[in-house]
Design a protein around this ligand. Structure first.
Ligand code: ASP
Length: 324
C-alpha cells in the first residue's frame, strides 16, 4: 500500500517543481513550509485553502517582524514554527498525526549555521512546542538529540509548557489513522532564515508519519537529513518520506554540493530532490535560504505548503506545484 502511494505520487509529479529568487543580496530572508504531499486542488475546499494561506501568512509575518527589527534568527525560527505547531492544520504540535497505537510522537530539530550547533528531540508526546525543546537541547544541554521520556523530563526541567497527551487529539488525524489512508501521511513544518547579522538557522517540527510503528523516528530531528544549517552554504528544512531523507542525508548533501562543487542553492537542491530522490522513489521537498538570501523551495510531490519573504519585500505563499 505504502509503495503504491509513492508510485502514485511519482507518476503524477515527475515534472521539476521549484523556484529560485536570485536577486541582489538582502539583509534578511525567511522561508517556511507546512509539509509536502498529495496536495491537489481537487481535494481542497476553498475554505480549507483559505485557512492554510492565512496561517502561512501569519507564520511568515511572525518571523519577519523579528528579523525586521534586527532580531536573532533563531528567535524568528522558533516563533514562526510555534504558529504552525499551535495550529491543527499542520502535522506538528497540535495537529500531529497518530501512531499505529493511537499516540502522538513528535520530532523536532534546530540548527545554527554559525557554529554548527544543533539540538533535537524525538518521540515526545507531552511537550506543547517540540521546537522549543529542540532549542533547549541545543542551548542548555551538552547533547544533540534527546528522545522519549528523557526528552520530556529535560523539557520539564527547562520550564517548557507541558500538556496532557490528550491536547494533541484532533478528530481529523484520528479519522485519518482509522482510515489509515496514505494520502494523509505527510505533514511537518519548517522554517529557515538568514538574519540581518548574516547568520543562517533552520528548524523543523513534525508528528512524523501517520500509522508509524515501533518508536519510528523520521528525518526531521536528524541533523543532515531533515534539518541542516551552515553559514558557509545554506539553511535547509525538509518534508517528505523520512526514511529516504535519512538514507540520502538530503539536507547535508545539498549543503555539500554547494560547498564542494560550488553549485547554487537552487541547483544543489534540484540535484538531490529532483534527481537522486526521484530515482530512489523518495517523495518530498525542501525549503532553503543561502547566505545572500537566495531562496529555494523544491519538491517532487504535487504540492507543498510554502512561503517566503525578504527584507523590503512582501509575503509569497503557494501550495500547488503550478504556483510560482
Ligand atoms: N519527514 C517527516 C517524517 O518522515 C514527515 C513529513 O515531512 O511529512 O517523519
Amino acid at each position: 500500500m505504502k509503495s503504491f502511494f509513492y508510485v502514485l505520487i511519482f507518476s503524477v509529479s515527475l515534472v521539476f517543481t521549484g523556484c529560485t529568487h536570485k536577486d541582489k543580496p538582502v539583509s534578511w530572508a525567511i522561508v517556511i513550509h507546512g509539509g509536502a504531499g498529495t496536495i491537489l486542488r481537487g481535494n481542497m475546499t476553498p475554505e480549507k485553502e483559505q485557512q492554510y494561506r492565512q496561517k502561512l501568512n501569519e507564520a511568515l509575518d511572525t518571523g519577519a517582524a523579528i528579523l525586521e527589527k534586527g532580531g536573532n534568527g533563531l528567535d524568528a525560527v522558533e516563533a514562526t514554527i510555534h504558529v504552525m505547531e499551535n495550529s491543527p492544520l499542520f502535522n506538528a504540535g497540535k495537529g500531529a498525526v497518530f501512531t499505529h497505537d493511537g499516540h502522538n510522537e513528535m520530532d523536532a530539530a534546530v540548527m545554527s549555521g554559525s557554529d554548527l550547533n544543533a539540538g533535537a528531540v524525538a518521540g515526545v508526546g507531552d511537550i506543547k512546542n517540540p521546537i522549543s525543546a529542540a532549542r533547549a537541547v541545543m542551548e542548555k544541554s551538552e547533547h544533540v538529540l534527546l528522545s522519549g521520556k528523557g526528552a520530556s523530563e529535560f523539557a520539564r526541567l527547562q520550564g517548557l509548557e507541558m500538556v496532557d497527551s490528550s491536547y494533541f487529539f484532533t478528530e481529523r488525524r484520528w479519522k485519518s489513522l482509522q482510515r489509515a489512508i496514505n494520502a494523509e501521511k505527510h505533514g511537518t513544518v519548517g522554517c529557515v532564515v538568514l538574519d540581518s547579522h548574516g547568520n543562517l538557522y533552520a528548524g523543523t517540527s513534525t508528528g512524523g508519519m501517520t500509522n508509524k510503528k515501533f518508536g519510528r523516528i523520521g528525518d526531521s530531528p536528524i541533523i543532515g537529513a531533515g534539518t541542516y544549517a551552515n553559514n558557509h552554504t545554506c539553511a535547509l528544512s525538509a518534508t517528505g518520506h523520512g526514511e529516504f531523507f535519512i538514507r540520502y542525508t538530503v539536507t547535508h548533501d545539498i549543503s555539500a554540493l554547494m560547498e564542494y562543487r560550488h553549485l547554487s542553492l537552487q541547483k544543489a537542491a534540484g540535484e538531490v530532490v529532483m534527481k537522486k530522490l526521484v530515482n530512489a522513489g523518495g517523495a518530498g521537498g525542501i525549503i532553503g535560504v543561502d547566505k545572500n538570501g537566495n531562496v529555494a523551495m523544491v519538491f517532487n510531490t504535487p504540492g507543498m505548503y510554502r512561503g517566503y519573504r525578504k527584507a523590503g519585500g512582501e509575503n509569497h505563499i503557494a501550495i500547488y506545484k503550478d504556483e510560482k
